[in-house]
Design a binder for this molecule. Structure first.
Ligand code: PA5
Ligand code: MN
Length: 185
């Protein structure tokens, strides 16, 4: 069961996973600011219900991600980001609390960002890398529903990153190019 106000998932079968600063080496641009943060500081947590074994065709997985407020240098706390191991698999996101951005990047590395606000719903197309960013002062939480055979592939993003980054500039979020590739936002 999921609490629609907070996103908290309950039940005996909930799988909780945390990503701390120490798990996110290489994700943020400012290595010096990253090194100043405690390795055990939690950046985000997921609470998921995986009702069938991963890889099952035709099932659905369900979970909430909670991203803490904060920055590494001027870059907002965010998820590692991934594409699905079966890249044609789509996904739905829906926002519970806080303020976020969904960063989407297609196979040509074109990026766009969707604002995530409580109640907003988002469809992640096939063949599209995705990452979420907390651009607010409070915890940002959103739900996700994805096919149980989609899988998560992190290596491509770990190697090449996204073509855009989300930074705080004069107190407001700004999507800026990360490389020389095109960025639409
Ligand atoms: O399945 C999803 O896309 C989400 O549940 C993400 O896994 C979650 O937001 C954490 O992000 P990441 O898997 O990129 O660390
Ligand atoms: Mn996904």
């Amino acid at each position: 069961m999921t609490d629609w106000l907070t996103g908290q998932v309950s039940g005996a079968e909930v799988v909780v996973s945390e990503r701390r600063i120490g798990d996110l080496a290489g994700v943020f641009a400012d290595a010096e600011a990253f090194a100043r943060l405690p390795a055990d500081r939690v950046v985000y947590r997921t609470e998921c219900i995986l009702g069938v074994p991963p890889g099952t065709v035709g099932g659905l997985f369900w979970g909430t991600t909670f991203i803490e407020p904060g920055t590494v240098g001027d870059e907002y706390f965010m998820t590692k980001g991934h594409i699905h191991a079966k890249p044609d698999r789509m996904e739905a996101y829906f926002t519970f609390c806080g303020a976020g951005l969904l960063l989407l990047m297609d196979a040509e590395r074109h990026c766009r960002a969707e604002r995530m606000t409580p109640g907003s719903t988002h469809l992640i197309p096939a063949f599209t890398a995705h990452r979420t960013v907390n651009i607010g002062e409070d915890v940002f939480s959103f739900g996700a529903c994805w096919p149980s055979d989609a899988g998560h592939a992190y290596q491509a993003i770990a190697d090449a990153g996204f073509a855009a980054r989300v930074v705080r500039s004069q107190g407001a979020p700004r999507v800026v190019p990360n490389e020389s590739t095109v960025c639409r936002h």
